[in-house]
Design a binder for this molecule. Structure first.
Ligand code: ADP
Length: 549
């Protein structure tokens, strides 16, 4: 991503213009709650200001569920500004889906220097203040840059010192202070903008201190009235560092560095653990994962803590953006299709895929895809163990991914050994991903654990049959094929064993090669399956209403 910085603190034309009227101020109190009267009065640039002039604040369409609720999303990444994984997709798609459920949504993000210039240019200066942060009284500049797009307001927290790296995450030494600052600045910014939502919805460890700061340092300020929801996208990443450092960067009271809140082991503080302790509600991205993380195997050392808080823990499965992922309109495909012409048009996609990847151009071969980060989470040990058994002259395997050198090299080895049958694309390539989703017959997702998983959802949306392990969101979203009733969306296996993965693939192959009519019916069922955000957004909305009836 480009690292060029534009119109950042004290540099942008707009910031300069507006600065005269609204000088950078110290917050009125230590809790960074500027006095309401100091709120900048600007032209209608924000969602909440705009309606007062032109349109009614509450849309009058009768079909919108009532009442209206306001939500601030706080997280460390959001497509298309910055994305490193599934979190970026969710931060993009869920707010948009919530606006259709009569929610007023603001998304608060760091203003990384790596956000593409075309978005940086559209941001408008919304104000700035100084915020106390560290234990020694050190304070920091907090700038707010705003961009309103498709009904969602994006507020970027601006600070050169923390966000000028070329990528969002570097290493914990830098990331811990960065996200201590970000979590507090996000709350202070809500007070500063005088926009206190019903719900503050924070995501993953980078925003986990939001509920902690809210309870410990923002009492008596407007933002204390919001309820908090904390969503775990992947429990593996927690933001753990020594207590001394986190105490310095947060100035949180000693009492919170206790096993019930932040403390872990002898000397460490765990930011995610703190968020779990103080959030009004915890969600994770599938029902099965919500249950799994309360067990020792999946709990990443927080299973007991999660069991203790299980009364406020829910699972809500992710969706995908069905406009971006739409085989009927996808501009990256050689042929577009929907359920009516998928069986024919997918052949054209398969042919192009085979040609582009140097595989034998043959419709009779079954093409099995794998699109994944190449890490041990993704079940690649199982795949490596069985590839030789899959090579039978009728099967082609296409891998797309980057990650641990161990897996990158093993897939390169298999491509060399089984030329024409295995193609390993060791790269991150959005276009190729789309072509594999459309051109493959089946897609493997044999993960060791999978909080939700998006690739199986995208595969189904493209009429490609998923073969998955029954864990986390894979279990919740792929109904196993039932040969007696001819129902189901894919093939599944339960225990983490190579033999069981091979068995699932062989069951898929048997159906593909011997009962193609039934296979094609499954392709059509998958294409028609609802994998959109609509249902899940409605569940989030119900949760918000439960917290703020
Ligand atoms: P995770 O967030 O654990 O990596 P998910 O299944 O939730 O896994 O999301 C993975 C997303 O990243 C999907 O949209 C998938 O298409 C995409 N993806 C993964 N690897 C690649 C790659 N090498 N090239 C292009 N897209 C990829």
């Amino acid at each position: 991503m480009p690292e060029k910085k534009v119109s950042r603190k004290k540099t942008g034309a707009k910031a300069e213009e507006l600065k005269e009227e609204k000088p950078v101020r110290k917050p009125a109190s230590k809790k960074a709650e500027p006095a309401k009267k100091e709120k900048p009065v600007k032209k209608a640039e924000t969602a909440e200001e705009k309606p007062a002039v032109t349109e009614p604040a509450v849309p009058s369409e009768p079909e919108l569920p009532q009442p209206r609720r306001s939500v601030a999303f706080i997280g460390s990444e959001c497509y298309p500004f910055v994305k490193t994984g599934g979190l970026g997709d969710v931060m993009y798609a869920l707010p948009r889906a919530l606006t259709k459920q009569n929610c007023d949504v603001k998304v608060i993000l760091p203003r990384y220097a790596c956000i593409p210039q075309k978005y940086q240019e559209k941001m408008i200066y919304r104000g700035a203040f100084e915020m106390d942060l560290c234990a020694d009284g050190r304070s920091y500049y907090v700038g707010i840059m705003e961009y309103v797009w498709d009904g969602v307001v994006y507020d970027f927290i601006d600070n050169d010192e923390f966000f000028s790296w070329g990528k969002p995450y570097t290493n914990l030494v830098d990331d811990i202070p960065k996200f201590c600052y970000f979590s507090k600045a996000a709350l202070a910014a809500l007070n500063y903008m005088d926009w206190v939502p019903d719900i503050i919805h924070c995501h993953d460890w980078q925003a986990a201190l939001v509920p902690v700061f809210q309870q410990a340092m923002f009492q008596g300020t407007p933002v204390a009235n919001a309820k908090t929801v904390f969503t775990i996208h992947n429990l593996r990443f927690q933001g753990i560092y020594d207590i001394k450092t986190i105490k310095y960067w947060t100035n949180l009271p000693d009492a919170l560095f206790d096993y019930a809140v932040l403390k872990q082991g002898n000397d460490d503080a765990n930011m995610l653990k703190g968020g779990l302790s103080y959030a009004s509600m915890i969600t994770t991205v599938s029902n099965t994962y919500a249950w799994e993380i309360q067990t020792e195997f999946f709990g990443e050392k927080l299973d007991a803590h999660l069991r203790y808080h299980s009364g406020k823990l829910r699972g809500i499965v992710n969706g995908i953006d069905v406009d971006i992922w739409n085989p009927k309109t996808d501009p990256l495909l050689p042929a577009n299709y929907d359920v009516n012409d998928a069986i024919e048009q997918k052949k054209a996609c398969k042919k192009t895929l085979q040609e582009n990847l140097g595989l034998e151009d043959n419709q009779d071969k079954m093409v099995i895809g794998l699109i994944s980060r190449l890490t041990n989470q993704k079940g690649l040990d199982l795949v490596n163990a069985i590839i030789p058994s899959l090579i039978d002259g009728n099967t082609q395997i296409v891998v797309l991914g980057t990650g641990d050198p161990e897996y990158e090299n093993s897939f390169r080895y298999y491509e060399n050994t089984y030329k024409g049958s295995v193609c390993s694309n060791i790269m991150y390539d959005e276009e190729r991903a789309h072509q594999i989703y459309a051109g493959a017959d089946a897609l493997l997702v044999p993960s060791l654990f999978e909080p939700c998983g998006l690739t199986q959802l995208i595969a189904m949306r493209y009429g490609t049959v998923p073969i998955v392990r029954e864990t986390g969101g894979l279990k919740d979203t792929v109904e196993p094929y039932n040969e007696f009733t001819n129902e189901g969306n894919g093939f599944t296996f339960d225990r983490y064993e190579a033999g069981l993965l091979l068995d699932a693939i062989n069951r898929a192959k048997t159906l593909y090669f011997t009962e193609r009519d039934r296979w094609d019916e499954m392709v059509k069922r998958d294409l028609q399956k609802d994998v959109s955000w609509e249902k899940s957004a409605a569940q989030y909305r119900s949760l918000y209403l439960e917290l703020k009836p």
